[in-house]
Ligand binder design. Structure first.
Ligand code: GLA
Length: 384
């Protein structure tokens, strides 16, 4: 891989480069809990975004993404707003560089294999890889958590998505064979071994490309905040839905808008599912964990209303297949991937069966990815 990227960079820019690599992520359970200051349980995966970078003398920022067949060039003194993937890079420069701009020209090549819009956090991987590359090149001394927080701010300010910290955190802190139980309030985290040699994590792509920034995600966040604003009167110490006790929610149900109640109920239950699920993993009880995954999906679909007919179809059909422990839609929602835990003996038949069923119903074949839990972002190659 390193050689391919170096060769490509040589072809475009004719020189040596620094290479940073950052993975996408899966999240086993705990969806939409991060911006409610609850817990999440992601793991970094063996799909990556790579940034190859070297300085130039022309006071230009040159970006190429051969995989997209796209390139952009900016004069450092006349940076202009752009749409699409370059916005994440410009955002990270603004967020991370002490003077809010690059002190010298840069040639940058982007490549990778994290599917876009599939709920595997390609944009967080892009921001994390670039953050790491800038940190290394300019010796900024930032920690992984600092880079993750800057990547989150970039999503907020440059992509308009009021996301939580989970995705860049996971990309930057992953550990092979381990999930991360992250407390999104204190930012403390614990590595939990995911050591089930007979189990495969398979992502089934609904091929419905979600567009999270298209308001629904931000609306969910607002609805959660509305719930907190109403219920805080009765529990002044409450800062987020993380602090909401189920009893308080039920006592004051009538004071909440029906939709807001559903959103709050989902978050309270999802957070509890995560805590229970971590115990199940520690007890090697994947049957119990799988049930929590199905319950999570039901809540995402009926209460949080971030699923879609394709995702519901997949989870429903997956539930009927042999060797499956659990399944649910993963990530922000409205499509993307279904995460499933499948017995390794059933891996092949599972993929064939679900692809066949989905094709019959929707006329397209869902991509399936068998994932390993991997290391987080790192510098693949420093600049010589
Ligand atoms: C997206 C966001 C995350 C998180 C998930 C839902 O991936 O970027 O912060 O909110 O959705 O769990």
């Amino acid at each position: 891989m390193i050689m391919d990227i170096e060769r490509q960079f040589q072809q475009y820019f004719g020189k040596d480069c620094l290479i940073a690599s950052a993975p996408g992520r899966v999240n086993l359970i705990g969806e939409h809990t991060d911006y409610n200051q609850g817990f999440v349980l992601p793991g970094a995966i063996d799909r990556h975004i790579y940034i190859a970078m070297a300085p130039n003398q022309y006071k230009k920022l040159n970006l190429v993404a051969p995989g997209f067949g796209e390139s952009f060039s900016f004069e450092l003194d006349h940076m202009r707003p752009v749409k699409g993937w370059p916005t994440y890079l410009l955002g990270m420069i603004y967020m991370i560089m002490p003077e809010k701009h690059l002190p010298e020209g840069m040639d940058i090549l982007i490549s990778g294999n994290v599917p876009i819009g599939a709920g595997m956090s390609s944009s967080a991987a892009l921001c994390s890889a670039f953050g790491l590359a800038l940190n290394e090149f300019f010796q900024l001394g930032l920690s992984g958590m600092q880079i993750a927080l800057l990547a989150q701010k970039t999503e907020h300010r440059f992509a308009g998505l009021q996301c939580g910290i989970m995705d860049p955190f996971a990309s930057l802190h992953g550990k092979a064979g381990h999930l991360m139980k992250l407390d999104c309030r204190s930012l403390e985290y614990e590595y939990i071994p995911f050591d089930f040699p007979d189990i495969r994590i398979i992502l089934v792509n609904s091929m419905v490309s979600h567009s999270l920034a298209s308001s629904e995600y931000n609306l969910r966040r607002q609805q959660c905040e509305e719930g907190v604003a109403v219920l805080k009167k009765y529990e002044p110490a409450m800062h987020s839905l993380r602090d909401l006790q189920p009893r308080l929610l039920e006592e004051h149900k009538a004071e909440l808008d029906e939709t807001v109640y559903k959103r709050c109920h989902f978050i309270v239950e999802e957070n509890q599912r995560l805590l229970d699920g971590c115990e199940d993993l520690k007890n090697n009880d994947l049957d119990a964990f799988g049930k929590l995954m199905y319950a999570s999906h039901a809540g995402l679909s009926k209460e949080y209303e971030v699923s879609c007919i394709e995702s519901d179809f997949l989870v429903n059909e997956i539930n009927k297949l042999n060797g499956v422990k659990g399944a649910r839609q993963m990530g922000g929602g409205f499509g993307g991937c279904i995460i499933t835990l499948v017995d390794h003996h059933a891996e092949e038949s599972f993929i064939l069966d679900i692809q066949k069923k989905y094709e019959l119903q929707f006329g397209k074949i869902p991509d399936c990815y068998v994932m390993n839990i991997n290391e987080g972002a790192y510098i693949l190659k420093p600049l010589a």
